[in-house]
Design a protein around this ligand. Structure first.
Ligand SMILES: Nc1ncnc2c1ncn2[C@@H]1O[C@H](COP(=O)(O)OP(=O)(O)OP(=O)(O)O)[C@@H](O)[C@H]1O
Length: 317
């Protein structure tokens, strides 16, 4: 397994270690490759009775490998309207950031590696397709990104889940099965247990080909982000309406989506974006008002520019 062949990670690194098969394989591989430069971080989500067993397993594996383990306990219960998976992910990343802050300067963690593999990537792309997502969703999970001064990597995205388990068995390693992975109440689990076997029967190479499509989508999205950044630099932030009107509809929509998503963390629906573009096109007189619900807030006209107003409790900006 040489998933870091393309670019070596900054060391020392921490493995996000759940005790499950995927992150166990990742921890074993990293500990063998960079002895003494690897740590394990385990997040106890406080959600299910089995979680204490995950922590016990994580401790046992790390003791055996001689890898230092740090455990963060969080309360990852979902807020109303939030999915349990999204809540767990949110709290996990916060916990990783907190663990990074606890490190001494000499041992500062440069990279956090996570164990998502090719099957996880296919599931992500299929779920995005089922929701009618655009390129950002179809691009799947990024292999590498920066957050809070840390670099996160997913070096196993090209490796099938079955290959990881076979590799673990070959090395006599054990892991815990998260019982919630079998719960078909979750969309992702239904995709994994019902859809992936059907796909494999029709398209045996689907992991590789879907991953290639996801990469094409990610490259195209990177280009659209560059075009949006250049167009917004010309339009100003917040954007001037006359400058937006000078753009083609496709570039205007791209620039608006980028502005709302990146500056205001508010993803507009296709219908909201189309309505906003109709309003921008009609805005030819001094008295023309624009006031539209977009994402989690509102877009209004403010003089010659658009302005963003966050949902009820937020401030204008
Ligand atoms: N409780 C946790 N503590 C630390 N890292 C975690 C935890 N849960 C997940 N991760 C990290 O995030 C990755 C993706 O988690 P997810 O739950 O989506 O996958 P998984 O298939 O259950 O992975 P695994 O088999 O490693 O548990 C894991 O491979 C691991 O690197």
């Amino acid at each position: 397994m040489d998933a870091f062949a393309a670019s070596a990670p900054g060391l020392p690194l921490a493995v996000g270690f759940s005790g499950g098969a995927d992150s166990t394989a990742l921890l074993l591989a990293c500990a063998a490759r960079w002895p003494g430069r690897v740590r394990a971080w385990h997040v106890h989500h406080g959600l299910q009775a089995a979680a204490d067993g995950f922590e016990t397993q994580a401790r046992a594996v790390c003791d055996r490998l001689g890898v230092p383990l740090q455990v963060a306990h969080v309360d990852a219960r979902a807020q109303p309207g939030e999915s349990p998976e999204a809540a767990a992910r949110h709290h996990r990343y916060k916990a990783f950031e907190a663990l990074a802050l606890q490190q001494s300067a000499q041992a500062a963690i440069k990279t956090i590696v996570l164990g998502q593999h090719a099957d996880d990537q296919v599931e992500t792309v299929l779920i995005a397709l089922s929701r009618g997502s655009g390129l950002p969703g179809l691009a799947g999970m990024p292999a590498r990104w920066q957050r809070g001064g840390l670099t996160f990597c997913r070096p196993l995205l090209a490796v099938p889940g079955s290959a990881l388990r076979a590799w673990l068995r070959l090395h006599g390693a054990d892991w815990v099965e998260d019982p919630s992975n079998a719960d078909t109440a979750y969309t992702r689990n239904r995709v994994r247990h019902r859809l992936l076997p059907a796909l494999a029967a029709v398209f045996p190479e689907f992991r590789t080909t879907f991953a290639r499509s996801a990469q094409h989508a990610a490259q195209a999205q990177a280009l659209l982000d560059e075009v949006a950044a250049a167009d917004l630099a010309a339009c100003g932030v917040p954007p001037r309406i006359a400058a937006l009107q000078a753009l083609s509809p496709a570039r205007q929509g791209n620039a608006l989506r980028h502005w709302l998503t990146h500056a205001h963390h508010s993803v507009p629906s296709a219908a909201q974006l189309a309505a906003l573009q109709v309003q921008i096109a009609a805005c030819r007189t001094r008295g023309h008002r624009i006031e539209l619900k977009v994402g989690s807030g509102q877009v209004r006209r403010q003089g010659e520019c658009l302005a963003w107003q966050a949902g009820r409790s937020g401030a204008a900006g």
